[in-house]
Design a binder for this molecule. Structure first.
Ligand SMILES: [Zn+2]
Length: 285
């Protein structure tokens, strides 16, 4: 179990705190993509927050998140179910954005002053909840706290620690979500925030045994549950046929006449699918 969430209660059961180790998952999602550190950070944070939110779901419930940058062409998506199955990606416009404009941006600049978060919660039995808030902090992490306060009236904080090596590859990712339970004193959330910010070095240290971190940071931690979380793309060769159909007929005819297989790469997981000349020919008939 490499990627998992520890659900805990603390402060006399007045607050629930989820601790997540998801290094392998974030490496799998981000490191195969030829994208800048900023985009990896934005995608990694969005996916990490969605994964943490899985801890608030039950049964068949699902959550889908969409981050819209001020430039509305640019979007980041993540969706997750209560079992911690997560899928996350940046859209094609962002993936193919001109490198000279995207590469030099910080996350704050990418989000800009008119970014917004859209959340769709499928609570089952045709019960759909949607929430939309702006992003006053422009940094995804604090904007999600803002989303929870505005849209769900629950005091919530997030923390995501991502560490990079000299090649801009992610080597560590961990997250925390803390949420006040009904009746808890409101200032407790500030206390938790302070403790997390004072302990950033522990959270970013690769040698630290992750399971000990809750006890290093907080007193009276009670582990309630541990469950695995995993990245599942769900793509298949069949799913890419519509993409081939969308090419014009001449391109397809060219491909099979030249007897060259066509390769399509899934933008979400990086898996390659090859279509033989015969398969392409069948499409044109
Ligand atoms: Zn895929």
């Amino acid at each position: 179990m490499n990627n998992y969430i520890l659900k805990t209660l603390s402060y006399n059961k007045q607050i629930r705190i989820f601790f997540m180790e998801n290094t392998d998952m974030i490496k799998e999602i981000c490191n195969h993509k030829n994208i800048s550190k900023t985009l990896k950070t934005a995608l990694g944070e969005t996916v990490s927050i969605a994964t943490l939110m899985s801890g608030t779901l039950k049964g068949n419930q699902r959550v889908s998140i969409k981050i819209n940058a001020t430039n509305r062409k640019y979007k980041i998506f993540a969706d997750v179910d209560s079992m911690g199955n997560i899928r996350g990606y940046i859209n094609d416009a962002l993936l193919n954005a001109p490198l000279d404009t995207i590469n030099n941006l910080y996350v704050e600049e990418l989000i800009g002053d008119k970014g917004c978060i859209q959340v769709l919660k499928d609570l089952g039995m045709h019960n759909i909840f949607t929430g939309i808030t702006d992003m006053p902090y422009r940094n995804i992490i604090d904007d999600f706290s803002y989303y929870f306060k505005q849209s769900e009236q629950i005091d919530t904080i997030f923390s995501v620690n991502m560490v990079y090596n000299e090649y801009n590859e992610i080597t560590l990712c961990r997250g925390i979500m803390a949420q006040l339970l009904p009746g808890a004193p409101i200032n407790l959330i500030d206390t938790i925030k302070e403790i997390i910010s004072e302990n950033q070095s522990i959270l970013s240290r690769e040698i630290e045994n992750f399971k000990e971190i809750p006890f290093l940071l907080f007193r009276d931690i009670e582990i309630v549950e541990q469950y695995p979380v995993q990245f599942i793309c769900g793509c298949s060769k069949e799913a890419f046929y519509p993409m081939l159909y969308s090419l014009n007929k001449e391109e397809l005819v060219d491909a099979y006449k030249n007897e060259k297989p066509m390769e399509i790469v899934c933008n979400v997981c990086g898996k390659k699918y090859s279509f033989s000349p015969q398969e392409i020919r069948n499409l044109t008939q």
